[in-house]
Design a protein around this ligand. Structure first.
Ligand code: FAD
Length: 444
C-alpha cells in the first residue's frame, strides 16, 4: 500500500495535519493504535494560559508573544523561525501563524456544524465539575455561555444528576462561591439542585456519556426540560454536567427555553464528553477533506535510512508495510504513547529519535527520575512533562547537531519538547498550530 502522507496518531495534532494535507489534494492515511490525550481533554482549546511562574495571561495572543520572545525552545518560538531568528521577528511570525491556524480550526469546526467561540485577544475563565476555573481561548458555544464574565452579578444554579457519582453539584457550588471573589466575580446567589434523567432513575453508577445520549433523544430532552422547570424556581444561569453527544447546541437551546435561563455545560474530567466530541469532529473534518482515518492500526516499526521508506503497521494479527512520500509523527506524549519509559530512561517510541528536556539536554543518559521534582506540584511543572523530541522551524525532528534525522519526517503535538501544557494551559493550542504547520509542510 502506498499513500502520499502517512500520519501517525489521530489526536488534535494528527487529525489537523491530515485535514490540511488532504485539503491540498494529497492521499492521506491516519493510523491510530488507540485513544490519546485529546479524547480525555475537557474539549476546550487552551492556547496560552499561564507562564511557568504562574503569571496569568489576559489573552492567548499576549501569551504567545511573551513565550515566543522569552522561551527559545518552546514550539511557539520554533514555528516563528527558531532560535537563530531575531526575537521580534520570531514573535511576529509566531503570532501570525497561531492566528491563521486557529482561524482555520474554527472554520473547520463550522464546516461540521459546531460553533467554537472566543478570541485570541481575550482568555476566558471556564468552570469545571469541582467549581474551579481555568483560562482558555476557544470553547464550544455550550461551554462558552458559562464563562465567568457572564456569571457576574447574577444567580447561578449547579444542577447534578441523581446517581451520577462523578459530579457533586453541592460541592461544585460551594467551591465556586469560595473562589469567585478572588476573581472579582460577585454572583447574586449560588445554589445547587439534582435532577432525575428519564431512563436512568434509581441507579448509582451513571456515566456522563449515558446522560449525554439521553439528552440527544428529543422525547427525553423534553422531559428533562420539564424536570428543570419543576426543580428550579428562577435563576439567570443553570450549569449542567453535559449537553449531549450529537446535538449539544440544539439541546442547550431547548433546555434554556424550557427553564427560561441561560443554560451551559461545565468542563469535565476524563471520561469527558466534550473531549470525545472534539475527537469525533476533528475526525469528521479530516474525513470530509478526503483523509482516511484507521483506528486499530498500530505502527510497530520503521524502515529508514536518511529517509523514512515505509512503516510496519500491526492490524489485528497481521503486520502490513505501508509506504508514503512524507510521514507526520503526531503520536502524543505519555497518554498517546509517543513517549515511553524504557529501563528508567525516556524514549521516543517509534523511530528512536533523540529525546530532550526543555533546557536542551539530551536525555539519552539522564535517568527519568531526575526529571521529576520531589515537590508534587513544582512551580512550572515537572521537567518530564516538557521533555520530548526537538524539531527545526519546519517541524522536522533534529539531532544534537540540529540536522533533520530523516528528510521526509515531520512532527507535531505533544511529542514535542519545550513546553509543559499542564502548567501553561497550552495543550490544544500547540497541537492544533503545529499540526496545521506540519500538514502544510508535508504538502510541499
Ligand atoms: C485529562 C486531560 C485534560 C486536558 N484538557 C485540555 C483542555 O481542556 N484544553 C487543552 O487545550 N488541552 C487539554 N489537555 C491537553 C491536550 O489534551 C493535549 O495537549 C493534546 O490532546 C495533545 O494532542 P496530540 O495530538 O499531540 O496527542 P494525543 O491526543 O495523545 O494523540 C496521540 C495519538 O497517537 C496515537 N499513537 C501513538 N503511538 C502510536 C502508534 N505506535 N501507532 C499508531 N498510533 C499511535 C495514539 O493512539 C493517539 O491517537 C488535556 C490533557 C489531559 C490529559
Amino acid at each position: 500500500m502506498k499513500v502520499d502522507v502517512f500520519v501517525i496518531g489521530a489526536g488534535a495534532a494528527g487529525l489537523t495535519a491530515a485535514r490540511i494535507a488532504a485539503e491540498k489534494g494529497l492521499k492521506v492515511l491516519v493510523a491510530e493504535k488507540g485513544s490519546g490525550a485529546t479524547i480525555q481533554s475537557s474539549g476546550v482549546i487552551d492556547v496560552a494560559g499561564y507562564l511557568p511562574s504562574g503569571f496569568l495571561f489576559a489573552s492567548a495572543s499576549e501569551g504567545v508573544r511573551i513565550i515566543a520572545r522569552e522561551n527559545k525552545s518552546h514550539p511557539y518560538s520554533i514555528i516563528g523561525g527558531g532560535q537563530e531568528t531575531e526575537p521580534e521577528k520570531r514573535v511576529k511570525e509566531s503570532e501570525k501563524l497561531v492566528r491563521k491556524a486557529l482561524k482555520d480550526f474554527v472554520e473547520s469546526m463550522n464546516s461540521v456544524r459546531v460553533n467554537f467561540m472566543g478570541s485570541l485577544d481575550e482568555n476566558v475563565l471556564v468552570t469545571n465539575f469541582v467549581g474551579t476555573f481555568k483560562p482558555t481561548c476557544l470553547c464550544p458555544s455550550t461551554i462558552y455561555n458559562g464563562n465567568t464574565k457572564n456569571l457576574d452579578n447574577s444567580s447561578v444554579i449547579f444542577v447534578g444528576v441523581k446517581g451520577f457519582p462523578d459530579y457533586d453539584p453541592k460541592f461544585c457550588a460551594q467551591s465556586f462561591s469560595d473562589i469567585a471573589p478572588g476573581l472579582k466575580i460577585k454572583p447574586k446567589s449560588v445554589n445547587h439542585a439534582y435532577l432525575d434523567i428519564p431512563g436512568l432513575e434509581g441507579r448509582g453508577d451513571i456515566l456522563a456519556i449515558e446522560i449525554a445520549r439521553r439528552m440527544d433523544d428529543p422525547e427525553t430532552l423534553e422531559k428533562i426540560g420539564q424536570n428543570l422547570q419543576k426543580r428550579i424556581e428562577s435563576a439567570d444561569h443553570i450549569a449542567i454536567p453535559t449537553a449531549g453527544v450529537k446535538s449539544p447546541e440544539e439541546n442547550i437551546k431547548t433546555l434554556a427555553e424550557a427553564a427560561g435561563a441561560n443554560v451551559f455545560e461545565l468542563t469535565s474530567f476524563p471520561p469527558s464528553v466534550p473531549g470525545y466530541r472534539l475527537v469525533k469532529l476533528l475526525e469528521k473534518a479530516a474525513q470530509n477533506a478526503g483523509a482516511s482515518v484507521r483506528r486499530g492500526y498500530k505502527v510497530v516499526g520503521a524502515n529508514c535510512n536518511k529517509m523514512v521508506k515505509s512503516l510496519k503497521v500491526e492490524i489485528g494479527r497481521k503486520i502490513t508495510e505501508i509506504e508514503a512520500d512524507v510521514y507526520i509523527l503526531a503520536s502524543g506524549s505519555f497518554l498517546g504513547g509517543g513517549l515511553k519509559e524504557e529501563k528508567d530512561f525516556l524514549k521516543e517510541s517509534m523511530f528512536n529519535l533523540p529525546v530532550y528536556s526543555s533546557d536542551g539536554t539530551n536525555l539519552e543518559e539522564v535517568c527519568l527520575e531526575k526529571l521529576l521534582s520531589r515537590n508534587v506540584f513544582p512551580m512550572g511543572g515537572h521537567k518530564l512533562f516538557s521533555s520530548g523530541i526537538n524539531v527545526n522551524e519546519k517541524l522536522q525532528p533534529i539531532s544534537d547537531k540540529g540536522e533533520p534525522v530523516y528528510g521526509n519526517l515531520y512532527a507535531a503535538g505533544s511529542v514535542l519538547s519545550g513546553y509543559n501544557y499542564i502548567a501553561e494551559k497550552s495543550g490544544m493550542g500547540v497541537a492544533i498550530v503545529t499540526g496545521y504547520l506540519a500538514g502544510l509542510n508535508a504538502s510541499g
